[in-house]
Ligand binder design. Structure first.
Ligand SMILES: Cc1cc2nc3c(=O)[nH]c(=O)nc-3n(C[C@H](O)[C@H](O)[C@H](O)COP(=O)(O)OP(=O)(O)OC[C@H]3O[C@@H](n4cnc5c(N)ncnc54)[C@H](O)[C@@H]3O)c2cc1C
Length: 506
């Protein structure tokens, strides 16, 4: 089949990224399904205005013990005495439950008005907008420690002056043209989980800033079971997208740690990477077509072929563009049937170096399971500390396990490290993957540490994101950062980063 070149097309208002020619009969009948999102339009009704995650999920101190509230995660409602001890020992502090969390500000930075823009905006009756302080404030930042610190200490002088909620590609076309005409700075806002600083309002900006919130553009536009492709509007949130597809027996398989709150458009704009990328690929491997509105027209590829050889691929210009080139409105993604089997596992290694060698061998033999993550000793101990209070029986069993590891396996607990594993596929495939992985682990003195630990480690990822705000509340600075390095620099990099962090401590 001859593939056409990538092209820039002008706006045809009623069209959306169309399915491949000749496949109309195979389309799912539930065209344009608006998805009920877990996140309301007024985000602060469900999510914290001052930090990460759901309003009802939070670490807090009570009678000197750290607890976690909420019913959305496995730790919900638990007291965490071991974690409390870990924090007290590491940071030499006693948890102070009386410290208040920040209160909503009484006043907000004055908006920079652009009367002609606002007047024409009011004329676009289909598009809702807000000038309310709280709507503007919660869309002025991402989720870096610097963002959250600035928020808690009222440091933001510039926040969006107006927030708009388009409901379709056509609305976005009108809004982008309007912003262009009136010299308004427009910032696309998806889930607000950015860690690159790209949605944080530039504090020196003199123009009116308009936050374009994509949350009301979250329809499933079409599903083509034959080609295994699906088209969603860009504002759909990760967990909503997977829930809708799961009902159809399908999955995209893209699970960044932020996928509860981040959006499809945000994933494309930040070239996101998911926890299961070994099987499903990163977002650039999953995207077939993107539709993006720019001030000079809509950019989209004309053909639906999965791959085009001639000419540069415009998808790659859009991927990672961080909202600087335009607003992504619709995305066609590859889907797969849900895996028949999903199994967690974990491994323990005598030290981090052996763990890194194991990871390298797994990569070398190209047999990575859906997810494999290595934790060093400190991270491992931290994960252990996050276990809720145990019954005497569970403590006894843990004591026996510990004795088995130290006495029988001869492992030093101050060196031990662990890997969590997730296997997906059909039963035979999963069994084959497991046997190769455990065989490689044995070569590096690793041994299986159970599926339960693996599942717990995988799911804890979502809870750990809440610790940063609790730390800040208690006067502790916590931040996560990611990078990629060649194998031969891996252990050195980890050691050097830790040394640097420790050397900056008072
Ligand atoms: C706890 C935590 C865990 C994370 N885990 C991961 C991870 O595992 N993998 C990973 O890759 N990243 C991760 N991130 C970073 C972040 O979640 C991703 O960059 C995510 O893709 C951002 O999506 P969003 O919808 O929240 O976008 P936003 O934060 O709203 O925006 C991010 C950028 O994309 C632009 N943008 C958003 N929507 C559009 C659109 N429709 N059109 C054009 N531009 C748009 C914005 O202008 C901005 O520049 C994590 C962040 C946190 C806080």
């Amino acid at each position: 089949m001859a593939a056409k070149r990538n092209t820039v097309t002008t706006d045809v208002p009623e069209s959306s990224v169309a399915p491949a020619e000749g496949t109309a009969l195979t389309l799912d009948p539930r065209l344009s399904l608006r998805v009920d999102s877990v996140i309301p339009k007024k985000r602060h009704e469900a999510l914290k205005w001052f930090g990460w995650g759901y309003n009802d999920s939070q670490f807090y101190g009570q009678n000197g013990i750290i607890c976690f509230r909420g019913d959305k995660y496995p730790l919900g409602g638990c007291e965490l005495p071991s974690f409390t001890k870990w924090v007290e020992k590491k940071f030499e502090l006693t948890v102070d439950p009386r410290k208040p969390y920040p209160q909503l500000p009484q006043t907000y930075p004055r908006p920079v008005e652009n009367a002609p823009f606002l007047s024409e905006l009011r004329g676009i009756t289909k598009v809702e907008h807000s000038l309310e302080g709280i709507d503007r404030l919660i869309r002025c930042h991402g989720q870096t420690l610097n963002d959250i610190y600035s928020l808690w200490h009222n440091k933001f002088q510039r926040i969006p002056d107006v927030v708009v909620w388009p409901r379709s590609h056509e609305d976005v076309v009108q809004l982008v043209q309007l912003a262009h005409k009136h010299n308004v700075m427009m910032v696309p806002y998806g889930g607000g989980t950015s860690v690159s600083g790209a949605i944080t309002c530039p504090q020196e900006e003199k123009r009116t800033i308009c936050a374009l919130d994509t949350s009301q553009m979250n329809r499933l536009l079409w599903l083509n079971r034959k080609n295994l492709t699906v088209c969603f509007e860009a504002g759909i949130v990760g967990q909503d997208l997977e829930r809708v597809l799961r009902e159809q027996g399908l999955t995209v398989g893209h699970e960044p740690d932020s996928y509860e709150f981040s959006t499809l458009g945000g994933w494309v704009a930040t070239r996101a990477s998911g926890m299961k990328k070994n099987v499903y690929g990163n977002i650039e491997d999953l995207v077939v077509r993107v539709r993006m509105v720019t001030p000079s027209g809509t950019l989209e590829r004309e053909c639906s072929a999965p791959r085009v050889s001639c000419g540069p691929d415009f998808n790659h210009v859009i991927l990672g563009s961080e909202g600087t080139l335009g607003v992504i409105t619709e995305v066609v993604l590859k889907v797969r049937p849900l895996p028949a089997v999903k199994r967690y596992g974990s491994l323990a290694f005598p030290n981090f170096e052996q763990g890194v060698l194991f990871m390298r061998e797994v990569a070398l033999r190209r047999c990575q399971p859906a997810s494999v993550r290595l934790m060093d000793n400190e991270q491992f101990m931290f994960g252990q500390a996050l276990k809720p209070e145990k019954s005497w029986w569970a403590s006894l069993v843990d004591g026996l396990k510990q004795r088995y590891v130290t006495a029988w396996k001869g492992i030093d607990l101050s060196e031990i490290c662990a890997a969590t594993l997730l296997f997906e596929g059909d039963l035979k495939d999963v069994q084959r993957q497991e046997s190769i992985i455990y065989e490689i682990a044995a070569k590096f003195k690793g041994f299986p540490a159970g599926g339960q630990n693996g599942e717990r480690g995988y799911i804890l990822t979502f809870v750990i994101a809440y610790i940063r705000d609790f730390g800040l509340h208690q006067g502790i600075v916590a931040e996560s950062f990611e990078t990629s390095v060649p194998w031969d620099r891996c252990s050195l990099l980890c050691r050097s980063v830790k040394q640097r962090v420790v050397s900056t401590l008072p």
